[in-house]
Ligand binder design. Structure first.
Ligand SMILES: Nc1ncnc2c1ncn2[C@@H]1O[C@H](COP(=O)(O)OP(=O)(O)OP(=O)(O)O)[C@@H](O)[C@H]1O
Ligand SMILES: [Mg+2]
Length: 270
């Protein structure tokens, strides 16, 4: 098996990186049957383990980077069908750039490794950029976040890791929001998922599970399934009645649907 590592980044806190990592890990393992490992590479302010109800682990990514534990000792099997490596909640000195070397061989065992990154423009996010085969940038539909997204894309391009797409999160469909056209024009990167602002995300968090597990038929969950399919070169067919009606009434595909199709075709050509 030769899997791939995808990095979920943003140079902005609270836009939905960890939410995206947990949901992608869930849909890739449960809907597509892939072997998935989610890693918390947000070394200074890790939350991935907490989002998934991991209390404490003997060994964390920090201990692996410090050579105090083999990576196998830091892997936790989550009840929802994927594996996780959390980071330490207590600060420990590490060199984030060791990340790539430490995880590279895991691609033999996993189809997809997903890295949750730091929101700060420092060596932590740079380490995620260099350790990833592909990057997704999470943004929200407001101008300050769009500016930070442009910045993240510029930095990532210097690191030469391909940026596969932008994930637009917390959309409320308001006129004042920055739209897909503005985002693609400013970044030159396709928007490959549009996620609504949905209280189910917070409700799911209270149960320490991803929203895709808690409310699988919500638009948000279906969007994560479509994106997950695209990431592994597969299709997710939305069989919900409301989607069938939309097709019957001839409603055209969304921009993100078209972008995902292009991404799928590109991956088939490789
Ligand atoms: N689509 C959404 N709808 C509603 N709430 C959301 C959505 N996405 C994320 N949230 C909420 O927003 C908050 C921040 O999300 P999250 O922790 O995933 O962001 P982050 O980018 O990882 O933040 P940080 O940079 O601090 O690590 C969380 O409380 C999460 O539940
Ligand atoms: Mg986070």
């Amino acid at each position: 098996m030769t899997g791939k590592t995808i990095g979920v980044i943003a140079i902005k806190g609270g836009v939905g990186k960890t939410t995206t990592v947990t949901n992608l890990a869930y849909v890739l393992s449960n809907v597509f049957g892939k072997k998935v490992l989610a890693i918390d590479a947000n070394f200074s302010a890790p939350t991935l383990g907490q989002y998934l109800g991991i209390k404490e682990n003997n060994f964390t990514l920090h201990d692996v980077l410090n050579d105090r534990a083999p990576i196998s000792d830091a892997i936790i099997k989550h009840e929802k069908g994927f594996d996780i490596i959390p980071s330490s909640l207590v600060p420990k000195k590490i060199n984030p750039y060791d990340l790539k070397d430490k995880i590279e061989h895991l691609k033999e065992y996993y189809d997809v490794i997903i890295l949750d990154s730091s929101p700060n423009l420092n060596e932590e996010i740079l380490a995620t950029m260099v350790a990833s085969d592909e990057l997704f940038v999470v943004t929200t539909p407001d101008k300050p976040t769009l500016n930070s997204t442009v910045n993240a894309i510029n930095v990532a391009q210097k690191k030469k890791t391909p940026i596969k797409g932008i994930i637009l999160n917390r959309v409320r469909d308001k006129k004042f929001e920055v739209n897909i056209g503005d985002i693609e024009l400013s970044t030159n990167v396709p928007v490959v998922a549009v996620l609504p602002d949905d209280l189910k995300v917070l409700e799911a968090l209270s149960f320490s599970i991803p929203a895709s597990a808690h409310a699988p038929d919500r638009d948000l969950s279906v969007e994560y399934k479509k994106l997950g399919g695209c990431i592994i070169g597969d299709n997710f067919n939305d069989e919900r009645l409301k989607t069938k009606f939309k097709k019957i009434f001839g409603m055209s595909a969304s921009k993100q649907d078209v972008n995902r199709c292009c991404m799928l075709e590109e991956s088939k050509l490789k």
